[in-house]
Design a protein around this ligand. Structure first.
Ligand SMILES: Nc1ncnc2c1ncn2[C@@H]1O[C@H](COP(=O)(O)OP(=O)(O)OP(=O)(O)O)[C@@H](O)[C@H]1O
Length: 322
């Protein structure tokens, strides 16, 4: 099979993008709905880790139901016919949007809205006992100014265990130290995203994996309110706290969600998942960790381009030690 293969029941319209592991086409399903049809590359299916990671994304996309998590409509997790039909986000990723705007900072309200949506998606995952592990601009999808968190390949239920991984610009200090992921490590990545969108620069810079590790482990960032005094104080304070070096000093994602909604002038509703939204954790939400990727992530933010990283955009400390 090839990535160009057809999927019965879907009419391929055009290519939306190519990731390290899959081709994504805009397609029409049997109901006439437009979907993002993600078809793994041949090499993805040949490499067990990568195939499992794809399978994980398929199963979890089909299970989770939340307005700020990219939904899966149909799919096959494993084997030569593997694919997933995902919700289609016409504006693409936040990384794409930042690239198109050529380094201009997002207007404050737009940034607050995107962050509130992502904090809401994370609150949902954390309440279900899951961690996302890869919050970054490349995994935030946009439609009509609203945002959803995608790429659930590294997501796992903490009760079932899984391998820690992350992307060096967004990765929490404890993940650099080889410790387990937790909701607090997702909150750290959300803090990096908040800092990046609200100040126009990533909190930590580096031209190599090692430089970034030193920065995340040891350096403290300038207050957000100094870089952008327009950021509402409670939001700035919580975004800074989200970057605390110790996981226990970080606020829950829901605190950020509430502060962001208040800043947008909206009363925060309770995020407790309804029964319909709450999937039963799958028995085999097994983590697959890093897979072979050679290209560095695209320089989509206002910050310096990403360094050449060992293992590409995603990193798994347990693998690296071997
Ligand atoms: N749901 C979607 N709606 C619109 N565009 C999408 C969607 N999913 C993916 N794309 C486009 O396809 C590109 C590749 O998708 P994606 O990043 O998920 O592939 P991948 O191989 O899983 O990624 P990675 O390189 O992180 O392993 C994205 O950058 C985006 O431009």
């Amino acid at each position: 099979m090839t990535s160009e293969r057809s999927i019965p029941g879907y009419k391929l319209l055009h290519l939306l993008g190519r990731g390290h592991t899959a081709l994504v086409h805009l397609a029409q399903d049997a109901q006439g709905r437009q979907v993002a049809l993600k078809i793994p590359l041949e090499e993805t299916l040949r490499v067990q880790e990568a195939a499992e990671r794809f399978g994980n994304e398929v199963r979890l996309s089909l299970q989770f139901r939340h307005p700020h998590i990219v939904p899966g409509y149909a799919g096959t997790a494993f084997g030569p016919r593997a694919f997933v039909a995902l919700g289609y986000y016409p504006e693409g990723t936040l990384c794409d949007v930042l690239t198109r705007r050529a380094g201009e900072k997002l207007p404050l309200e737009e940034a607050l809205r995107i962050l509130a949506d992502i904090a809401s998606g994370l609150t949902y995952l954390h309440r279900l006992g899951a961690v996302h592990q890869d919050v970054k601009t490349q995994n935030v999808y946009l439609a009509g100014g609203r945002a959803a968190l995608g790429d659930l390949g590294s997501t796992y239920f903490t009760a079932q265990g899984g391998q820690s991984s992350g992307s060096p610009f967004y990765m929490a200090p404890e993940i650099y130290r080889g410790e387990s992921s937790s909701p607090a490590s997702d909150v750290y990545s959300l803090g990096v995203l908040a800092y990046e969108l609200l100040s126009g620069q990533r909190p930590h810079q580096g031209n190599s994996y090692e430089e970034l590790m030193v920065a995340h482990l040891t350096r403290f960032v300038p207050p957000l309110s100094h870089l952008n005094p327009q950021v509402p104080r409670p939001v700035a304070r919580l975004a800074e706290l989200a970057l605390a070096k110790r996981p226990q000093d970080r606020p829950p994602a829901d605190a950020l969600r509430q502060a962001l909604l208040k800043a947008l002038g909206e009363p925060p509703e309770d995020e407790t998942p309804t029964e319909a939204e709450s999937p039963a954790p799958v028995t085999a939400a097994r983590q697959t960790g890093r897979h072979s990727q050679s290209a560095p992530p695209p320089p989509c933010s206002l910050a310096a381009p990403a360094p050449e990283e060992r293992g590409g955009t995603r990193w798994n400390p347990f693998k690296r030690r071997k």
